[in-house]
Design a binder for this molecule. Structure first.
Ligand code: F6P
Length: 521
C-alpha cells in the first residue's frame, strides 16, 4: 500500500518558504490589508455556524499560495482519502485510523454495523439510567457517575462534560484520573455508593493509574456492603479478557477498537459519561457536529478547507518563523479544559523526531500547545503576548451569544475578545516611554461560532483533530502512535518495586539521592 509519504524539505515549496520566512521579517500584517483588496475574503472561511478569520497572520498571498503548494506536494488530498478509507496509516502499530467512523451515520460495512450497535447500547444504557429503569443494587435511582480513566480515557469526556454542562441531565458526573489516592478519597467522600455507577475506561486495561483506582473503588464498594457490584461497575475497553478478570460482567463492557487512538476516542463508548451527562440526543448532536466537519475536510478545496488552512498557518510559524508554541484561547468558561485536551491531541500526536521513512528529522515537528480562557488569561499571561520577546500565534475562539441570555456580560466578554486580537495585531502606545509601547504584529486566528452547543463543540474538536493530521502528513511523521510515553512507564514500575521493598538499586546520583529521601522519610 502506498502511504503517499514525502520529505517536505525536498519540495520546491519548502525551499521557497524558507526564503520567504527570512524575508518577511519586517512585514506588517496591517499593511497586508492595504496591499490586497480581497485579503479578508481570501483569508476567511464561512462554514455552517462557524466563521474562521485568519487574515490577522503574518502571511501574504504569495506565502499562502506556497503553503497550499506545499500541502499539494505532500499529497494531502490522497492522504485524506487514505485516512477515511481506513488504510493502515498508523504504520508503527499496523493499524487503521478510523475515529471518524465513530461519528459517521452512514455506515454500511461490517465494522460500521458494529459501531451502530455500540451506539444503540450507549443510548439504551443512558436512557435506562436516566429514566430510573436501571437502578443500583439496593434499588435506588442512580444519581452520580464516576469516570475512571486517564489521558484519552479522561481528558475528552471530562472536557466535553464540562463544556456542555448547560445541557446537563440530573446526573452528577465526577472524574478520577491521577493515581493520587487523596483525589479519589475526596470523590468517594461526596458520593453515595448505593446510587453511583463507576465507569472504568481503559483501552488497554493495563494502565497503572486506572487499575489502581478501580481496585480501590472495588474495595470501597465491598467495604460499604454493596452486594451486587455489577449494578455499579461498567467497563469501556478493547481488552475484554482483562476486564472480565477484574470482575466486570460481560454485558457491562462497552467496546473500544484498536483503530481508534485514546486521544481520539471520545466519539465512541469512551463518551458514555458524556451521553449520561447531557443525554443521548445531545451526545448524538455532538457526533453530528464532528461529522459535519469531517465532510467539509474531505470535500472542501484546500484554500477553503478549515483544518488544512489552520495546519498550514501553524506550519508556517513552526517551521519558517521559528515559533515554538501556540496558544488556544476560548472566550467561554465552559471551554476551560479545552487547552488541556488539545495538549494531548497535538503533543502526543506530533511530538516525534523520526519521520515516516524511519529517519531522524532535521526540521521542527510538533508545536507546544497551551492556553486558557479569556478574559482570565488577559489578567495572567497576556502581558507576554503583547510585550514579550516571543512570537506566539493564537487561536481565539468566541461565541456570538451567551447561553443564559447574559447579554450585558457577554458584550463585555466579546469586546475583550475583539479588542485583544486587534491590539495584538495593531500594537501602539499607551503614553510616553518604551514600557508603554506595544510592538503589535502578533498573529491570531479568530474562530467564531453562534453559541456553545453539542454541534459546535463537535465541530471544534474535529477541526483540531484534522489539523493535527494535516500537520503530521506534511511534517511526515506518524501522528497516531505514542511510543514516547513508554520509557517512563516502565521505569516507574521498576522504581515502585524498589520503593516498596525499600531497596534502591543503581541509579544516577541525583535520582538515587531523591529516592533515599523518600524511603527514609
Ligand atoms: O500513556 C499514554 C496513553 O497510552 C494515552 O495514549 C492514552 O490515552 C492513555 O495512556 C490511557 O490509556 P488506556 O486507555 O489504555 O488506559
Amino acid at each position: 500500500m502506498n502511504l503517499f509519504k514525502t520529505n517536505p524539505t525536498t519540495t520546491e515549496a519548502w525551499k521557497m518558504l524558507l526564503k520567504k520566512g527570512q524575508d518577511i521579517g519586517s512585514t506588517k500584517i496591517i499593511d497586508l490589508f492595504d496591499s490586497s483588496n480581497n485579503r479578508l475574503e481570501k483569508f476567511s472561511i464561512e462554514f455552517d455556524n462557524m466563521f474562521l478569520d485568519f487574515s490577522k497572520n503574518i502571511i501574504d498571498s504569495e506565502t499562502f499560495d506556497l503553503l497550499l503548494k506545499l500541502s499539494e506536494d505532500c499529497q494531502i488530498k490522497k492522504n485524506i482519502k487514505s485516512l477515511f478509507d481506513g488504510d493502515k496509516i498508523n504504520e508503527t502499530e499496523n493499524r487503521s485510523v478510523l475515529h471518524t467512523a465513530l461519528r459517521d451515520f452512514n455506515l454500511s460495512s461490517k465494522i460500521g454495523k458494529e459501531l451502530l450497535s455500540d451506539r444503540k447500547k450507549i443510548k439504551k444504557f443512558t436512557n435506562d439510567i436516566l429514566s430510573g429503569k436501571t437502578k443500583g443494587s439496593t434499588n435506588k435511582k442512580i444519581t452520580d457517575i464516576v469516570n475512571i480513566g486517564i489521558g484519552g480515557s479522561d481528558l475528552g469526556p471530562n472536557m466535553v462534560v464540562e463544556s456542555l454542562k448547560f445541557y446537563k441531565t440530573e446526573l452528577n458526573c465526577h472524574f478520577v484520573s491521577n493515581v493520587d489516592g487523596d483525589h479519589l478519597s475526596e470523590i468517594l467522600k461526596v458520593i453515595d455508593p448505593e446510587t453511583t455507577v463507576f465507569i472504568i475506561v481503559s483501552k488497554t486495561f493495563t494502565t497503572q493509574e486506572t487499575l489502581t483506582n478501580a481496585k480501590k473503588i472495588k474495595e470501597f464498594l465491598i467495604h460499604r456492603s454493596i452486594e451486587d457490584l455489577s449494578k455499579h461497575f461498567i467497563g469501556v475497553t478493547s481488552n475484554i479478557k482483562s476486564a472480565l478478570e477484574f470482575g466486570l460482567d460481560k454485558e457491562n463492557i462497552f467496546n473500544m477498537y484498536d483503530f481508534v487512538g485514546g486521544r481520539f476516542s471520545v466519539w465512541g463508548s469512551v463518551g458514555l459519561s458524556v451521553s449520561l451527562a447531557i443525554g443521548y440526543e445531545n451526545f448524538e448532536k455532538f457526533l453530528k457536529g464532528a461529522n459535519k466537519m469531517d465532510e467539509h475536510f474531505k470535500s472542501a478545496n484546500l484554500e477553503k478547507n478549515i483544518p488544512v488552512c489552520l495546519a498550514l498557518i501553524s506550519i508556517w510559524y513552526n517551521n519558517f518563523m521559528n515559533c515554538e508554541t501556540e496558544a488556544v484561547l476560548p472566550y467561554s468558561e465552559y471551554l476551560k479544559f479545552l487547552p488541556n485536551y488539545l495538549q494531548q491531541m497535538f503533543m502526543e500526536s506530533n511530538g516525534k523526531c523520526t519521520d515516516r521513512f524511519y529517519k531522524k528529522v532535521d526540521y521542527q515537528t510538533g508545536t507546544i500547545v497551551w492556553g486558557g480562557t479569556g478574559t482570565n488569561s488577559q489578567h495572567a499571561f497576556f502581558q507576554l503576548l503583547h510585550q514579550g520577546t516571543k512570537l506566539i500565534p493564537c487561536d481565539f475562539i468566541g461565541f456570538k451569544s451567551s447561553l443564559h441570555g447574559n447579554n450585558d456580560a457577554h458584550n463585555k466578554l466579546m469586546s475583550n475578545f475583539f479588542a485583544q486580537t486587534e491590539a495584538l495585531m495593531i500594537g501602539g502606545s499607551m503614553g510616553n516611554g518604551p514600557f508603554r509601547k506595544f510592538k503589535g504584529n502578533n498573529p491570531s486566528n479568530t474562530i467564531l461560532f453562534d453559541k456553545v452547543s453539542p454541534e459546535s463543540l463537535g465541530m471544534i474538536l474535529s477541526m483540531y483533530e484534522h489539523k493535527v493530521f494535516v500537520q503530521g502528513i506534511i511534517l511526515n511523521i506518524f501522528s497516531f502512535d505514542q511510543w514516547g510515553v513508554e520509557l517512563g512507564k516502565s521505569l516507574a514500575s521498576k522504581l515502585l518495586t524498589e520503593i516498596e521493598s525499600k531497596n534502591i538499586l543503581k541509579h544516577d546520583p541525583s535520582t538515587k539521592n531523591l529516592l533515599d529521601k523518600l524511603i527514609n522519610k
